[in-house]
Design a protein around this ligand. Sequence first.
Ligand SMILES: Cc1cc2nc3c(=O)[nH]c(=O)nc-3n(C[C@H](O)[C@H](O)[C@H](O)COP(=O)(O)OP(=O)(O)OC[C@H]3O[C@@H](n4cnc5c(N)ncnc54)[C@H](O)[C@@H]3O)c2cc1C
Length: 379
Amino acid sequence: MRLTMDLDDRLPDVVEAARTHAREVDLDGRFPAEAVAALRESGLLGLTLPENVGGLGGTPRDLVAVLTALAGACGSTAMIYLMHVSSSMPVAAAPPPGLPKLLHQLADGSTLASLAFSEGASRSHFWAPVSRADSNGETVHIRANKSWVTSAGEADVYVISTLSADDEAGEGSVDLFVVPADTAGLKVASPWRGMGLRGNASSPMTIDVEVPDDFRIGDAGSGFGTMLQVVMPWFNLGNSSVSLGLAKAAVDAAVYHCTASRLEHLDQSLSALPTIRAQLAKMSIDLAMATAYLDVAAGRVSEPQDDTPLFVLGVKAASNDAALKITDAAMRVCGGAAFSEHNKIARYFKDARAGAVMAPTADVLYDFYGKAITGQPLF
Ligand SMILES: Cc1cc2nc3c(=O)[nH]c(=O)nc-3n(C[C@H](O)[C@H](O)[C@H](O)COP(=O)(O)OP(=O)(O)OC[C@H]3O[C@@H](n4cnc5c(N)ncnc54)[C@H](O)[C@@H]3O)c2cc1C
């Protein structure tokens, strides 16, 4: 992966902290506090934020590089980092006037952010919140049941979607608000017990908060556009990177296992079996193809062209599915050994299941892509 900035000074310590604790984070289902502390320290929380607010001015390709490396070390840490970046970019696009220091704090590592979009009522259709906001002119009262919030109870601020309180914004219009974690009425509804990404604290949250009107991102009713035009390109690239970082780790681990594990009675390694070699080859080729597509997509987001929206839609679906297929094959070629909790492949397999069902889900993206190439409106 090409880099447009030097990450060599910042990334290794974070990857090391993530890798060191990944196993216990997964087994205990605990938040990866050490890796998140290293992320705060590294300056990478500001990777994609502009330099004039203390960010690093990194490109989509830089994000792909960081997330791919992080996911290979600890999927939970990578997803926590992705949700921070995905929350920071809409703030950068339209900083809330009531929070003048926020962008600097997101960039300097003092503030970890997360997105609270999904709701129990509209499920993965994040573009259609049913939660209510009522305005008295100066403050907004938001009531929402958010079904999954990564870093719930751990983040310092949450970017929350709700139906707009502004009647003039039109029916079904969406607003995005920044809600600081210490706001009264923000609660983690239950502990996170995921099958994979077991450290990322993606709990439901109940929200019954009053915040100043000027904590809103952009104009009243602009949330839908911000979700699609600002959040989705960064989230989809980043989510793809997590999928392919896990897939790469699975390929590497499977090649190692199959090369190192011996059939002593035959005096050969598992990789001497033609079926195993062929499976490893297919995994490696699938990974190479998906990685190349991701690189092109990142370039298209950096320098938009007419077909950029297709790449934004297609890359997440393709990367999610590639990761499902590759990690499934890794489990198969490594046999019963892969089932052991001492083996990292089972963790990659479990963590890789999340990407396809994170919204926009892979199936929704295939539908949107199909609509786009057949000239139908997406919504
Ligand atoms: C580990 C993890 C972390 C998460 N973190 C966050 C977070 O930080 N913030 C946040 O807001 N959300 C988060 N989510 C929620 C996520 O983005 C989705 O909203 C959620 O996974 C959807 O689950 P569901 O059961 O509601 O899916 P459903 O909406 O019930 O979908 C079920 C199935 O139907 C398919 N489907 C639904 N609609 C369509 C359609 N129109 N066309 C074709 N197929 C369709 C889906 O693809 C899926 O296969 C997280 C989820 C997970 C698993």
